[in-house]
Write a protein that binds this ligand. Structure first.
Ligand SMILES: Nc1ncnc2c1ncn2[C@@H]1O[C@H](COP(=O)(O)OP(=O)(O)OP(=O)(O)O)[C@@H](O)[C@H]1O
Ligand SMILES: [Mg+2]
Length: 343
């Protein structure tokens, strides 16, 4: 087994719907994950990310639609007969077993003997940097090490497709960042197609080849991190991925952008770093500072306009110093995005 020999398999979902009673967890979701790609499902709690991952893994049967893995339709194929392995948020390790026994578990449950499983276990432990700890009880490991055992267990079966459900959310910030880098390195090395569920936009941006942004059981937009960030199509994607404020009032849009003609049917998404205070007599939108706080590498200032709209701005050290609460200012937007409004 080696990184270059890994079989790369694509995934395709065709109009997949899942209902739980009245709840529509997935609403005609279609998407394609390319072979070898690191693909993230990003969205707020309850938008259907885990359900979509479980449909791919075979743990949830769609009410409608079809699922393909490689060239094969697997809509009705059982989880253990799919080339997928799942890594969970709660690592789901067996506390009574050693590290090696935990990693061997997936292989054993697929009918491999203990001796037969051993080489694959060693390779998997090596990949996650735990070759020294095989004989330890998993209860004697840190959270980050336990997460790596869970990853080793998944890759030991050479699944072709790895499915991750918020695998790092139990780790503290520093460990999460390190484990994220390690996880990405391991994925690059083994080359398995990966689908990664997260509600953390930084995590999705940093890890992914492509991201599907989800909302209310639907995929809203799919693209590379750079593409989604630079070209959000909707106000939802602009605010979820860039923390943009959304301006819908035509006169406010005109004042912020300094243009009379506005694109029909669009609203304006303004990122915090894209708001500037206009000099005297150069137009801009009148606003009042409602809060401001120093956050280390930038200062966050919230403005309110006459219509009651709140606009969040980040200023670097060139911050206009007199922006204290209650101060009036005229603001303009640099490189704002025209996006479709919330439906
Ligand atoms: N077994 C179930 N029975 C009933 N409703 C369910 C079930 N599983 C999920 N749901 C509902 O389906 C919707 C989607 O749930 P899902 O777990 O896929 O969301 P999620 O995006 O993973 O959320 P989170 O970020 O909180 O994990 C939610 O409204 C949820 O309450
Ligand atoms: Mg979930």
């Amino acid at each position: 087994m080696g990184g270059t020999s890994a079989q790369k398999i694509g995934i395709r979902l065709d109009e997949v719907s899942v209902r739980f009673g009245e709840t529509v967890a997935l609403d005609r979701v279609s998407l394609a994950v390319h072979p070898g790609e690191f693909f993230s499902l990003l969205g707020p709690s309850g938008c259907g990310k885990s359900t979509l991952l479980r449909v791919i893994g075979g743990f949830e049967a769609p009410d409608a639609g079809r699922v393909f893995i490689g060239d094969e339709e697997v809509t009705k194929v059982k989880p253990q007969s799919r080339p997928t392995a799942m890594v969970f948020q709660s690592y789901a390790l067996f506390p009574s077993m050693t590290v090696s026994e935990n990693v061997a578990y997936g292989l054993r449950s697929r009918g491999r003997s203990k001796r037969d499983a051993e080489p694959a276990v060693l390779v998997a432990l090596g990949r996650v940097g735990l070759e020294e700890l095989g004989d330890r009880s998993v209860t004697q490991l840190s959270g980050g090490q336990q997460q790596r055992v869970a990853l080793a267990r998944a890759i030991a079966v050479e699944p072709g497709i790895l499915l991750f459900d918020e695998p790092l959310s139990n780790l503290d910030v520093a460990l999460r960042e390190r484990t994220r880098r390690e996880l990405r390195a391991v994925q690059r090395e083994v080359g398995y197609t990966s689908v990664y569920v997260t509600h953390d936009q930084q995590e999705a941006l940093g890890l992914s080849d492509r991201i599907a942004v989800m909302r209310d059981g639907r995929v809203i937009q799919t693209g590379s991190p750079e593409n989604l960030y630079a070209e959000p199509e909707t106000s939802y994607v602009a605010s979820f991925l860039g923390g943009a404020s959304i301006v819908t009032d035509p006169s406010e849009m005109a004042a912020l952008t300094g243009r009379e003609e506005l694109p029909a049917g669009k609203v304006l998404a303004v990122r915090p770093a894209g708001l500037v205070v206009a000099g005297d007599g150069v137009g801009g939108l009148p606003a009042t500072v409602t809060s401001q706080q120093f956050l280390g590498d930038h200062r966050e200032v919230v403005f309110a306009t006459r219509s009651g709209l709140e606009l969040k701005a980040h200023f670097s050290e060139q911050t206009p110093q007199d922006l204290s609460v209650g101060e009036a200012a005229r603001i303009t937007a640099v490189n704002p995005k025209w996006v479709l409004p919330d439906q």
